[in-house]
Design a protein around this ligand. Sequence first.
Ligand SMILES: C[S@@+](CC[C@H](N)C(=O)[O-])C[C@H]1O[C@@H](n2cnc3c(N)ncnc32)[C@H](O)[C@@H]1O
Length: 252
Amino acid sequence: MKERHGRDASRRLLRSIVRRTGVAMADASGSYAVQHLPEWMAKSSFDFAAWRRLWVEQNPRNDRADLARLVMFVENARVIEREGVPGSLAELGVYKGTTAKLLHTLFPGRTLWLFDTFEGFDARDLAHEHRTPNGGFRFDDTSLAAVLRYVGASDRVRACKGYFPETAAAVPGDETFALVHLDADLKKPTEDALAFFYPRMAPGGFIVMHDYGSGAWPGIAEAVDAFFADKPESIVRMPDKSGTAIARRVKR
Ligand SMILES: C[S@@+](CC[C@H](N)C(=O)[O-])C[C@H]1O[C@@H](n2cnc3c(N)ncnc32)[C@H](O)[C@@H]1O
């Protein structure tokens, strides 16, 4: 009890120091992370706390403090709107819908394509990189219905349940994309997604590739580096937990 009071008091002190020094503070599941927000967020009425709540409400424990990734999405959504980059959004690797909901909230007027088995990894993809199903990373404790309830079952949300790239057949031939978020963890679906989405990106469109710098999923960097080796776009790395990388489709 005494120990808890001590902890609460030091938290209060830390909060007060951080507030007084004008730095935004994030509660990182009991520990603390301090992150500068972009100046426009910190010095306007922008309600970062509300976005942070959305980000952490069902995010896995170790991603809750990955606020750099949240800020990256918010910042680049503004770029897309400001520059008028046309097109829909897509996500490969939805799981319970954390980033899907963020994308839908950032771009409520745009179609959001969601691709997932909603039953976890496919054995074909695991075999491709000689992996066996791993108890910690199965992603099978979700469902399409639950994700639609969470993200919002609007007619702008087009969820394609099943094995990607087979499910990509649902996308009309003339569809273009302003932002695509690749978060499938594995090499094979990432290779397939780059091949599918790259030619459909609008000029200036963002391909956001999660886990490029991840030690857990080395296949992502292999797939991305091989794909972009003969493309005019360069990869730019983000300072978030799993080393997200971004490529913007060049303007032709
Ligand atoms: C890391 S999770 C996605 C996390 C999610 N973006 C979030 O916000 O929490 C990876 C997901 O990719 C999906 N996935 C991997 N390979 C796939 C494939 N070939 N087809 C469809 N879904 C796939 C898995 O089912 C899993 O739900």
